[in-house]
Design a protein around this ligand. Structure first.
Ligand SMILES: [Zn+2]
Length: 87
């Protein structure tokens, strides 16, 4: 439940009037006045698409060389052979 400004206790009438005028000024300048604002959700696929492109570019997806142990894919054979090899 929202409290109206007239219900604020402990403030003088002058202060409340001043605050009320300031609120009216702000509401007058509100560019969305009278509009129904619908929160816009960010496209959930943006991050997925970005990660997918990155994985394709680095060969993690559809890379021609595959680690024999874990199956991870790489663009370069040396990366695939060195993947699960203990260093
Ligand atoms: Zn591996």
């Amino acid at each position: 439940m929202s409290r109206r400004i007239t219900e604020v206790k402990g403030l003088s009438k002058t202060t409340l009037d001043k605050a009320r005028r300031q609120i009216q000024q702000i509401e007058k300048r509100n560019p969305h006045k009278g509009q129904v604002l619908v929160p816009r959700k960010e496209d959930p696929h943006v991050k997925y698409e970005r990660l997918l492109r990155q994985a394709q570019n680095t060969g993690r997806i559809d890379g021609p060389f595959r680690c024999c142990t874990c199956g991870s894919r790489y663009l370069i054979r040396e990366d695939a052979t060195g993947c699960c090899r203990p260093s």
